[in-house]
Ligand binder design. Structure first.
Ligand SMILES: Cc1cc2nc3c(=O)[nH]c(=O)nc-3n(C[C@H](O)[C@H](O)[C@H](O)COP(=O)(O)O)c2cc1C
Length: 152
């Protein structure tokens, strides 16, 4: 399946995790384009069968556990019509030392729910991507599962 993976990042780990997930999906036979959220638009979705959105959780407007503002803005523009017949999945990077661990996932799931979209697999939540060695395996395992769901 042709997939668009849109990531937001401040310090780079979500981009690295997104590329890792994309490589795993390609191994599973999917075609994946990875773009930064600054390049994303709802018009770009038309030629894809799946959308994967990846965001870290950060503080925004005084609240912790938020998606990056650019990711929020992108998702705010997407309509149920844009995602009709498309498969959607979410990747979140965070840190369990923060009170609202991977809160961006909860917010992005809520935003999708408002347009009647449910992710096809359990959203990925990654704790301290760079400091925990097993996280690369966690991302690969999640992407392998997503790859299977996209194929079925
Ligand atoms: C100022 C700041 C605020 C953060 N807030 C949260 C948070 O509320 N919840 C969470 O799970 N992680 C939080 N994190 C952790 C980041 O989401 C995590 O380090 C992530 O891997 C960063 O991704 P990036 O490198 O793609 O920007 C925060 C990190 C910083 C530096």
């Amino acid at each position: 399946m042709k997939c668009l993976l849109v990531y937001g990042t401040l310090s780079g780990s979500t981009m690295t995790a997104a590329e890792l997930a994309a490589a795993e999906l390609r191994t599973a036979g999917h075609e994946v384009d990875v773009i930064g959220v600054e390049e994303a638009s709802r018009e770009k979705l038309a030629s894809y069968g799946a959308l994967i959105v990846a965001s870290p959780s950060w503080e925004d407007q005084g609240k912790d556990g938020q998606p990056l503002p650019e990711v929020r803005k992108f998702l705010e523009t997407v309509t149920s019509e844009d995602l009709k017949d498309k498969k959607v999945a979410l990747m979140g990077l965070g840190d369990t030392s923060y009170p609202h661990y991977c809160g961006a996932i909860d917010i992005m799931e809520e935003m999708l729910k408002k347009i009647s979209v449910t992710p096809i697999v359990t959203s990925l939540r990654v704790d301290r991507y760079y400091s925990l060695r097993e996280n690369e395996d966690n991302v690969k395992t999640w992407a392998a599962g997503l790859g299977k769901s996209l194929a079925s």
